[in-house]
Write a protein that binds this ligand. Structure first.
Ligand code: PGA
Length: 252
């Protein structure tokens, strides 16, 4: 059975003290989780050591990172590689987020090699995909997102794909307050699953967790997560407040 997952993407927010307080407050309010329910917290690189210590020994709440480099090591000033993240206790790496695709000019090929790096270092990849508003308005979002999934993941074996989580994040819904309707989310998640099924077979596709991201909050999380193909969320703004993030975890 596929897991339900709620993952926090802090983006470029919070100082060390604020981050520490937030994680403590989340831990205090965390409901009992089990192997079917997973929480991930992906702070900035600067927080990682601190957050790793706070989450050490806690079950079903894991440390994430927001990116990794395509190379293992070397002269890449300012970058962090997958082996370094692994050594710091990171379990999940968010890759291909639309903000990195746009502002850092990450291509599908770069995202695919970052996925390889995460998996080669025994971490799980949270692979992000999602269409801009113009594509949604043109009605070609299924082809667009299908092509992203193909370019980023189809070089993997079915065995490797077990360590990938997909996050569908329509760009027009990220940080805008404009959430996809649960019907829009369900349609796309079912489409992504059918694309996976055509390539890898239904059993593999059925086992993959597909998260929704984009203005997810406590007030809409239950409806979104109630869709048959929505297996949780990747949360930005609402992950920066313990009360909101715990409300979304409760919806899972
Ligand atoms: P948001 O961001 O929840 O602030 O819309 C989601 C994301 O970009 O992961």
């Amino acid at each position: 059975m596929r897991k339900k997952i709620v993952a926090a993407n802090w983006k470029m927010n919070l100082g060390l003290n604020e981050g520490s307080t937030l994680v403590n407050d989340i831990l205090k309010g965390l409901p009992k989780l089990d192997e079917t329910r997973q929480v991930v917290i992906a702070p900035t690189y600067v927080h990682i050591g601190q957050t790793a210590a706070q989450l050490d020994g806690k079950d079903f709440i894991s440390l994430g990172a927001q990116n990794c480099h395509t190379e293992v090591s070397g002269a890449y000033t300012g970058e962090v590689s997958a082996p370094i993240l692994k050594s710091a206790g990171v379990k999940y790496v968010i890759l291909g987020h639309s903000e990195r695709r746009e502002y850092c000019k990450e291509t599908d090929a770069m995202v695919a090699s970052k996925v390889n790096q995460a998996l080669a270092n025994d971490m799980k990849a949270i692979f992000c995909c999602g269409e801009p508003l113009a594509i949604r308005d043109a009605g070609t979002q299924n082809d667009y997102v299908g092509a992203q999934v193909q370019a980023g993941l189809f070089h993997l074996s079915a065995e490797q794909l077990k360590n990938v989580v997909i996050a569908y994040e329509p760009i027009w819904a990220i940080g805008t307050g404009r959430t996809a309707s649960s019907a829009q989310a369900q349609d796309m998640h079912a489409h992504i699953r059918s694309v996976l099924s055509a390539q890898y077979g239904a059993a593999v596709a059925d086992n993959m967790s597909i998260l929704y991201g984009g203005s997810c909050k406590p007030s809409n999380a239950a409806e979104l997560f109630g869709c048959p193909d929505v297996d949780g969320g990747l949360i930005g703004g609402a992950a920066l407040k313990a009360e909101d993030f715990l409300g979304i975890i409760a919806a899972m």
